[in-house]
Write a protein that binds this ligand. Structure first.
Ligand SMILES: O=P(O)(O)OC[C@@H](O)[C@@H](O)c1c[nH]c2ccccc12
Length: 258
């Protein structure tokens, strides 16, 4: 069993526990349910294209940062022009939780991506109830049909969808309702990073689709290369989070690149 399989197995257990505690109706009654969303699609075009991630740890890197406060970090991301924020809500493997989104939602005015492994409709109601504007759909965990159904549900709830792909076969998961396509430079099964591979995949996307280069952007050179190759957006976590002050790291990166 690879790491992705273990994460999904655990996720399914968590979801069944969550369902037994909180009903969909209760989620619908929460404060954020009726709120308007911020559009990541729009912000990718209007701002600096970076979706900056708050990330404490990962299966590939272990602890990255368990000191920084989400609000301090994401406020700096917003102030220095990020198009959006990604916040991991997976607890066991990434050290995230719902509070990380709930605690910042009312303090920032850019879209928040709930970064998790979405495998069940219930999680879309959860995402909306904590104030997420965008959800991630990972093609390698889902069938073509699930991608379609989950996209429709996300839209019905007023959220946008970022479809993550990593292989040529996964291009088949794309449909015209998808808002943004992320190409993961990292293979989630063995953690290898390959930027060239992502560029090749990006060139096979239908024209006009907003493309996001995800993961493993470890230097200004990497960023510039991907920009030159025509990516519209960049999902970056570790590069900022590995610093004691991710807020400063973000500010410095922006002043050196954009
Ligand atoms: O920290 P990095 O290498 O900059 O990567 C950020 C983000 O792309 C990565 O966290 C990620 C991309 N897709 C995922 C799916 C699940 C969990 C995490 C991810």
């Amino acid at each position: 069993m690879n790491i992705l399989d273990s994460i999904i197995q655990r996720k399914k257990e968590e979801i069944s526990v969550a369902k037994s505690h909180i009903s969909i109706q209760q989620l619908k009654d929460s404060e954020f349910f009726g709120k308007e969303k911020f559009s990541l699609k729009q912000n990718i075009k209007d701002k600096n294209g970076i979706i900056a991630e708050f990330k404490r740890k990962s299966p590939s890197k272990g602890i990255i940062n368990n000191q920084s406060s989400p609000l301090e970090v994401v406020s700096a991301y917003e102030n220095f022009g990020a198009s959006g924020i990604s916040i991991l809500t997976d607890k066991d493997f990434f050290g995230g939780n719902f509070e990380d989104i709930l605690n910042v939602r009312n303090h920032i005015n850019i879209p928040i991506l709930r970064k998790d492994f979405m495998v069940d409709e219930y999680q879309f109601y959860e995402a909306k109830s904590i104030g997420a504007d965008v959800v991630l759909l990972i093609a390698s965990c889902l069938s073509h049909q699930q991608v379609q159904e989950f996209t429709a549900l996300a839209h019905e709830l007023g959220m946008e969808v970022l479809l993550e792909i990593h292989t040529e076969e996964e291009l088949n998961h794309f449909n015209l309702e998808i808002d943004l396509v992320g190409i993961n430079n990292r293979n989630l099964k063995d953690f290898k990073v390959d930027l060239q591979h992502s560029v090749q995949l990006k060139n096979q996307l239908p024209k006009g689709v907003l493309s996001i280069a995800e993961s493993g952007i470890y230097s200004i050179e990497n960023f510039k290369y991907l920009t030159e190759q025509g990516f519209d957006g960049f999902l970056m976590g570790e590069y900022f989070m590995k610093n004691k002050n991710p807020d400063k790291a973000f500010e410095e990166f922006i002043s050196n690149t954009i």
